[in-house]
Ligand binder design. Structure first.
Ligand code: URP
Ligand code: ZN
Ligand code: ZN
Ligand code: ZN
Length: 483
């Protein structure tokens, strides 16, 4: 069957133009005027854009004594409902667990996916086995490795381990990712706050101030530079971290920063709400920051020093959040956002003039497709690309409400925000999965997308590092030693 998206305006990261898009066998086969097909989707008044790619999700993830509540079924359904057509989830081996064994566990969760997906592999411990298995993981199409500099005693790795892993990434042409917070400092600050009787959710924010994130970001950048590898910093939430990334990029280093939609629009005052549940539902790491930090993140997206807007979707119910009722350090860290990322960013970004439509496509889809070597199969409207497409109606609006969301949790951190700009149609490899409020997702339609290592930036950087590597100076007439 052929499908044609007619009468819309195509918006990509670099162009805006009138055109119809024809789809067959899940791919874009023609772009032009007056195209015909068996199924016609009317895009009059709409923008036809590459579907969103969310490179940061935690679906059904074991964490802090529980599992995040959205799995690959509800998570990918939420993604599609909000115009996101691909997610990249984190495979987290337990300490001493084989990476391949963890991958088998994660593979088992994904049969329910209704949009395409990929994985990042986390390096949560270090040893010869991890070093070896990283090559096998890359062979299986997983070419990015996440390192937690926080969560001491659980997922955290130290500098020595990180440097070893980053060097291995350089050899394999893979991309290291970091959760940048100084885990040692956070652990001590947490204990001090608890000792002083500060056990509420607001103390979560006090335990991990922006300095802690800025320091870790600088450290990770330095280690990546020493290892000769690009670096991707997840959930960049503050000026200190952004400043480190900005400065590194200005020096020619290949560093990327990923603000979350939550950090762009929600601020630290959320933690001072007198309703414990309200505040605890917003506990995530890094925590929400003040308005100056938000302005910095928006400026980063505008100037290009930050490249990607993600969600870090890691959804816990109120019941799960209550594990930490006496102790903020036991509140499962994480918030949702998969369904809301595009509408909220459009409303707060494009509708305010902070972002152009093309920049919107770049930061929600195209840039990450390039960084993860998925481009132009994903993140593009070009011949041969997967037909992962959102037909965006800039006039449709709604008020975000938990009781009409796809996520299974019982609240939404964006509750009450009115968004203008919503999908009319969402296609996953050509399958019409969303028609306005109607969900037509197909469980199992989503497929794993393997990625190739050594993308152009990796190759360029390793070439440069090779040329500028230390060279022994050959000398004649060396004085005799020991005489
Ligand atoms: O609080 C968060 N961000 N939870 C998910 C795990 C992580 O650190 O990304
Ligand atoms: Zn993190
Ligand atoms: Zn995360
Ligand atoms: Zn299908």
């Amino acid at each position: 069957m052929t499908t044609v998206i007619k009468n819309g305006t195509i918006v990509t990261a670099d162009m805006t133009y009138e055109g119809d898009v024809k789809i067959a066998h899940g791919k874009i086969v023609e772009i032009g005027r007056h195209l015909e097909g068996e199924e016609v989707l009317d895009a009059t008044g709409c923008y036809v854009m590459p579907g969103g790619i969310d490179p940061h999700t935690h679906l059904e993830m074991p964490f802090m004594g529980t599992y995040s509540s959205d799995d690959f079924e509800s998570g990918t359904r939420a993604a599609l409902a909000g115009g996101t057509t691909m997610v990249v989830d984190f495979c987290l081996p337990s300490p001493n667990q084989s990476l391949l064994e963890a991958l088998a566990m994660w593979d088992n969760k994904t049969g329910k996916a209704s949009c395409d997906f990929s994985f990042h592999m986390a390096v949560t411990w270090w040893g010869e086995q991890v070093w070896k298995e990283m090559a096998e993981v890359v062979d299986r199409g997983i070419t990015s490795f996440k390192h937690f500099m926080a969560y001491k005693g659980a997922l955290m790795v130290d500098d020595d381990e990180m440097f070893s892993s980053f060097q291995r990434c350089a050899e394999l042409g893979a991309l290291p990712l970091v959760h940048a917070e100084n885990g040692d400092v956070v652990a001590q600050m947490t204990q001090k706050l608890l000792d002083a009787g500060n056990n509420g959710p607001e103390a979560h924010a006090y335990s991990r101030p922006p300095e802690v994130e800025g320091e870790a970001t600088n450290r990770a950048i330095m280690i990546a530079d020493m290892a000769g590898v690009p670096l991707y910093v997840v959930h960049t939430s503050c000026e200190q971290a952004h400043e480190a990334i900005r400065r590194a990029r200005a020096k020619g280093m290949r560093v990327y920063g990923e603000p979350l939609i939550q950090h762009l629009v929600l601020d630290e005052t959320e933690y001072f709400n007198t309703d414990w549940d309200y505040a605890a539902r917003r506990v995530m790491s890094p925590p929400f920051r003040n308005k100056q930090h938000q302005d910095s993140l928006w400026a980063g997206l505008q100037s290009g020093s930050l490249q990607v807007v993600a969600t870090d979707h890691c959804a816990f119910t109120t019941q799960q959040k209550r594990f930490g009722v006496d102790n903020f350090a036991k509140i499962p860290n994480g918030t949702g956002g998969l369904e809301d990322r595009l509408p909220v960013l459009w409303t707060k970004g494009v509708n305010t003039g902070r972002l152009t439509m093309n920049e919107f496509v770049a930061v929600t889809s195209t840039n990450i497709a390039k960084i993860l070597n998925l481009y132009p199969r994903k993140g593009a409207i070009v011949l041969g690309a997967d037909a992962d497409i959102v037909v965006w109606d800039p006039k449709r609006s709604k008020t975000i409400k938990a009781d009409s969301q796809q996520s299974v949790i019982d609240y939404n951190v964006f509750e009450g925000i009115e968004v203008t700009g919503l999908p009319r149609f969402v296609l996953s490899r050509g399958k019409v999965s969303i028609v306005e409020n109607e969900v037509r997702t197909e469980v199992g339609h989503g497929k794993f997308v393997a990625r190739e290592p050594r993308n152009p930036v990796n190759r360029a950087l390793s070439q440069w590092k090779e040329i500028s590597a230390p060279r022994k100076v050959e000398r004649s007439g060396i004085p005799a030693t020991g005489v």
